[in-house]
Design a protein around this ligand. Structure first.
Ligand SMILES: [Mg+2]
Length: 251
């Protein structure tokens, strides 16, 4: 019987890899952290601006694309170059990480309404991983602050892999750790670099834009799906996305 009623598709003859069944949960959902689970980008930018001021330099929104989604090594190098300061990259990285962790511990992580609950619900139905560009200390402090420590089957920092986003390394490592091929994974992202990384990994990419740091139009063009709020992704299936999300340009 198989193949007898596949209509137009039977003509292709291609041995396509299995795709997730529309009404079945994705085999794994891999979340970005900053801008998806917590609204910490403003903290980062505040800390970077303060660091720049201490060195009699300026850091502003125009500098953000050079660090968004990058690994600690990469953003430290980008900051050094853009600020044109003598401080070493290790020194820059340390100064920023220490200040961000301090703010997180003192003030908590600014939550995104409904996001943590959505993650807990999704984690009850499929494998989940966190794939963040943030330093491990910052990931730990953030997950503790929003009560998501222990929720994910795997937590990967870009610092654990060779290259940060927009390279696919951190998502591929997350997929490897949860034992799911890239094709069965859904990536949830808010930034252009993250969307590009998910696409480069061969995964389906859901863009959930955040108001405080809106992704550029290119992110919408590259994403498979765009959804205004993560909590609407219920159940976590391809069929649900088709119903509640709008297609991105990558579809
Ligand atoms: Mg992000």
């Amino acid at each position: 019987m198989s193949g007898a009623s596949t209509g137009d598709h039977s003509a292709s003859g291609e041995a396509a890899e299995p795709t997730p069944a529309a009404d079945r949960a994705f085999d794994a959902v891999i979340f970005d952290m900053d801008g998806v689970l917590v609204d910490t980008e403003p903290i980062w930018e505040h800390v970077r601006a303060a660091f720049a001021r201490r060195h009699s330099r300026h850091w502003g929104p125009e500098d953000h694309p050079y660090v968004a989604g990058r690994s600690s090594r990469e953003w430290a190098a980008a900051m050094r170059e853009r600020l044109g300061i003598a401080a070493g990259e290790d020194e820059i990285e340390r100064a920023i990480v220490v200040d961000v962790v301090e703010v997180l511990r003192r003030d908590g992580a600014p939550p995104i309404a409904g996001a943590a609950d959505a993650v807990r619900r999704i984690a009850g139905q499929t494998r989940t991983a966190l794939a963040s560009s943030a330093h491990r200390e910052i990931i730990a402090a953030t997950l503790a602050a929003v009560g998501l420590d222990g929720t994910f089957d795997a937590v990967v920092s870009s610092d654990d892999v060779a290259r940060g986003k927009p390279n696919p390394d951190v998502f591929l490592e997350a997929a490897r750790r949860v034992g799911v091929p890239p094709r069965g994974c859904l990536v949830v992202e808010d930034s252009l670099n993250g969307v590009l990384a998910g696409r480069a990994a061969g995964m389906t990419v859901l863009l959930v834009p955040i108001e405080s740091f809106p992704a550029p139009p290119r992110a919408v063009e590259a994403a498979d799906w765009v959804l205004d709020r993560l909590e609407r992704f219920d159940p976590p299936t391809p069929a649900c996305l088709a119903e509640v999300a709008r297609p991105g340009g990558g579809r």
